[in-house]
Design a protein around this ligand. Sequence first.
Ligand code: BJ8
Length: 425
Amino acid sequence: MSEDYRSMWKNLGLDLEGHDALLGVLGKAYQDIYLSQKNRPEGMGYFDFVMSEVHGLRIKELLDEKAAGRRIIGSYCVFVPEEIVLAANATLVGLCSGADFAMEEVEKLLPRNTCALIKSSFGFKLGKVCPYLESADMIVGENTCDGKKKAYESMNDLVENLYVMDLPQVKSENGKSLLRSEYIRFKAAVENLTGVSVTAESLKEAIRTVNAKRSAIHRLSSLRKADPAPISGLDALLANQVFFYDNPARFTESVNKICDELEQRIADKKGVFPEKAPRILVSGCPQAVPNWKLPMIVEAAGAVIVGEESCVGERGTRNLTDDSGETVEQMLDAIVDRYFQVDCAIFTPNPDRLDHIREMIAAYKADGVIHYGLQFCQPYLMESIPVEKALEEKNIPCLRIETDYGAEDAGQLKTRIEAFVEQLR
Ligand code: BJ8
């Protein structure tokens, strides 16, 4: 790492020793999991570069944007509308929370039985190891699951500018108007932060920018329907993860470039796995960088992951926002309509999610589903039981996994997953 980067991290207030340790873990995992894959599309070279510069060049770009007067906003949830952030001259970054860090300190603030994702977000803050978190001018929390809701109360003492968005838990008219009023309140908060008012022009342009990046991901997803699969689940997951913090226009261009290559691969019948390899849909909790444990085990067992019913995946990206409105009001309505369709397990009841899982199984010709639940995540673990039951009634094999970010259960997971993949053959 160059000295320039080290002084950049120091100026951000990072703990350099802890940060070196985190980068070491990330780099080793990336080397072992991604760079050892065979037959990857050449276009993945872009994502390898992004990952090698994840705390370097991208942070420098964000700091350059800040120096030019833009503001950076960090978020933990796909309900935070990027369209509004961009329209008010700010940049949204997803705060990944995919690795354990400073757990001893974290457990002084949070109960042990809190999900790994929440603990990780605290660990990154307490350990001062995340340059995205430290560059952000505003951090957005949201009232989703009970764990997050209560954790943000404690996080308020750790971060300077925490903004908490209230979110509905029921898909009713009242729920929708709550979402609308919360997006209006959020728009005002972002405008206040940046000093820039959202206009009809800026909002339309922002909607188009975000739609373009979602459309590129839709194109990539749709190419995963082919057999043999032209891209591994690991690589597709990486693209879905980078979605949250890359420059939107460059991300769109890079994903479209990979799609051109994948189309050629499909025409040539060239796959990353042999034809008729078992095809798996992963459904459940978000998989943040560098939490690649599950897909690594699944694909090492000879199955290919063909889709993710997840917020780092199709639940987060699947719907576009109607850009035909002419006024800020009309476009805000379209944004509310789009986000109100997100079928997170915090909603009760939540039948849309099961419908989406079934749709994805059919569209991606999945042979089976792995339901991925983080330990102590009540919303997704609760839903995993009816999901499994509904799928088994239709003779669709389903494996329920409950895990965390540690490596301790890797052996046991491997045994269960290999047996499941055998069952699908
Ligand atoms: S819209 S899934 S990103 S809330 S894993 S913290 S649910 S206990 S992350 Fe999520 Fe938004 Fe919903 Fe998506 Fe709680 Fe479960 Fe932990 Fe979770």
